[in-house]
Design a protein around this ligand. Structure first.
Ligand code: ASP
Length: 328
């Protein structure tokens, strides 16, 4: 008998402290994750493919300003938005990705079109936008991606050196403003996070998708793990589907998403053991912070992270959606 279809999501990982989050904000995150899980669940319940379920879930996450992808994406050091996304089909190993787009409303849709119609796997910058335009995808003015909370977060990050994970930036800003007694420059109800989805459908196929604005104050032109197949996204029916979130450079160096699959294939590890090894042992060795979500062909789900929190959840068809933020 085939496993019950299931979808899992993440909305980013980082320093997500209970103390810096109001009950109201928590409720909003749980509600957003729950609604989007149910939308993905419906696709799967109606016999839709894992690929369609993750495309739809990530599209909805991109449209939600609570998360760092699409509307609500972080700012680059140049004060712009550069968006990355990827998607992979575990049944065929087809993949699509785009990076550094500035006007495509839903980067995951562009990645999906690359998977569906292009002989190539990845487009970047102007070429990616030309591809998306030729595919008739929706374009927006770059100001569509701007949110005041993200802008404030960027102003704070500019005073520090380097790049910040979105949740770290939001938490730091909130804490500093409390310390100085100023009004909180970041509405704690509006923290954001990179997004991803993995799913198993009724036919036993797996898929994964990831989408992000990247890291706050990243250098213009910087590409993280999210659009890189094998680093931020990977799916193979023989093993698992994985979407990651965290300090992208380390996930690239560790080929994090593929490594989960490889450890299942070559070492015979279970999904959970392989994912734990990557997130709790290998990534920390090179200072890699973050987490991942993964599902295998038996419907096992694992959501490990090595930060204080990760917005996450999963829903099996016919069952209640489960959502979480902090370590239990
Ligand atoms: N992994 C993303 C990047 O490096 C950031 C994140 O997950 O928040 O672009």
């Amino acid at each position: 008998m085939s496993a019950i279809p299931v979808i899992a999501l993440h909305g980013g990982a980082g320093t997500i402290l209970r103390s810096a989050m109001s009950t109201d904000a928590e409720a909003r995150y749980h509600a957003a994750l729950g609604d989007i899980l149910r939308a993905g669940q419906r696709v799967l319940a109606d016999g839709g493919s894992a690929l369609d379920a993750v495309t739809e879930a990530v599209r909805l996450l991109e449209d939600c300003p609570l998360f760092n992808a699409g509307h609500g994406a972080v700012f680059t050091a140049a004060g712009t938005h550069e968006l990355d996304a990827s998607i992979m089909d575990g049944a065929t190993l087809d993949a699509g990705a785009i990076s550094c787009v500035t006007r495509v409303r839903n980067p995951v849709r562009a990645a999906r079109r690359v998977l569906d119609v292009s002989e190539h796997v990845m487009f970047t910058g102007a070429g990616a936008e030309a591809f998306a335009q030729a595919q008739g995808l929706q374009f927006v003015d770059p100001s569509y991606f701007h949110t005041d909370a993200r802008y404030q977060q960027w102003l704070n990050a500019r005073g520090q050196s380097g790049t910040l994970l979105d949740h770290d930036a939001a938490t730091r800003a909130a804490q500093e403003s409390h310390q100085t007694g100023e009004d909180d420059p970041i509405d704690p109800k509006k923290k954001f996070g990179t997004v991803g989805a993995v799913a198993l459908d009724a036919r036993g196929h797996l898929a994964a998708a990831t989408s992000t604005g990247g890291m706050t104050n990243k250098q213009a032109g910087r590409v993280g793990d999210a659009p890189l197949i094998g680093a931020g996204c990977y799916a193979n029916d023989a093993t698992c589907a994985v979407s990651t979130t965290g300090t992208g450079e380390m996930f690239i160096r560790m080929l994090a998403a593929y490594d989960v699959s490889a450890q299942m294939e070559y070492r015979g590890l279970t999904l959970q053991a392989a994912a734990e090894d990557v997130v709790m042992r290998k990534l920390p060795r090179i200072d890699g912070r973050g987490g991942l979500i993964a599902v295998d062909a038996r419907g096992n789900v694992t959501l490990p992270f090595n930060t204080e929190g990760m917005y996450r959840g999963f829903a099996r068809v016919g069952e209640q959606a489960v959502t979480a933020i902090y370590r239990s």
